[in-house]
Design a protein around this ligand. Sequence first.
Ligand code: FAQ
Length: 310
Amino acid sequence: ETAEQHAAFEARIAGGEKIEPGDWMPAEYRRQLIRMISQHAHSEVVGMLPEGEWISRAPSLRRKLILMAKVQDEAGHGQYLYHAAETLGATREEMVDALLSGKAKYSSIFNYPTQSWADVGMIGWLVDGAAIKNQTMLAGCSYGPYSRAMVRICSEETFHHKQGKEMIVQYAAGTPEQRALAQDALTRWWWPSVMMLGPHDKDSTNSGVMSNWGIKTKSNDQVRQEYLNEHVPELLELGLTLPDADLHQDADGNWIHGPINWDEFWDVVKGKTGLNKERLATRNAAHDDGAWVREAMLAYGNRLRAQAAD
Ligand code: FAQ
């Protein structure tokens, strides 16, 4: 890597140009993108599991169809994202192996259990809500394939967000039992959703280099602030209680949260607590069950190639 190459690259970033596959890029830019995009892809794939568990227990056919469509969308997001990482030279096999062996990270949020049907609504509202804030920021990122994947993913996530919110709004205005379920789900999902946006800026090891290269266009704390400002008033409006005694609005109207339990966050990320082992066991079983499909596709591909060569 020469100083001239770096200077030309920095100038393209400064000019707001998108970097495309095959363009020259610093090795560290490529490494950071593969790291983040593959973690993101894994999150979408593992993210199917907490809600997927509830498809067979949905309370109505309408809710079941909506949930099936949502979970299927997450599979599609995983696919776009694996493809985006492949444009940087990562192979599907390497990435899938890293997930299945437990080497790769994926979002902390998906190691929490879904304990009631109301959790499905709360995930749509809070988790998709946080994901949209983060991904709208990433839609402006400097790497073309990731930025374009984010535009499509965000529009689908907006549907997920709305269906979750609609469900919780109904339950919050419903029977005392429905209200209690909505409140219990909020109490359990609030802090994990606030944490999923990543460590505070001062502890965010990757942010510096990623912001300089236009991958992250807002910091973790900026995105978290936007998330709180949008969601807190709406949740309070429904008469629900947020599990944060220190939550308050500052003079500028920003909602300020109390201290975050980062020990819990890191324990969940590292799989010391939460459902990491169960999630990986489920993914491994699904991968093993799909072995015959991969073998059949390979055999079919080989046959087509042999026929073409004849
Ligand atoms: N969980 O330096 P930073 C979704 C790690 S998709 C686990 O601040 P960074 C859709 C981080 O990897 C949700 N680990 O990291 C859906 C790094 O470790 P490393 C996923 C986390 O990357 C909804 C270390 O901490 N979205 O929800 C987490 O600059 C419903 C230091 O942190 C994305 O992946 C975490 N929460 O900023 C699906 C979006 N946070 O790699 C189904 C793309 C941090 O150095 C149902 N990713 N770490 O070993 C991002 O924007 C960023 O990766 C952040 C973290 C903002 C998440």
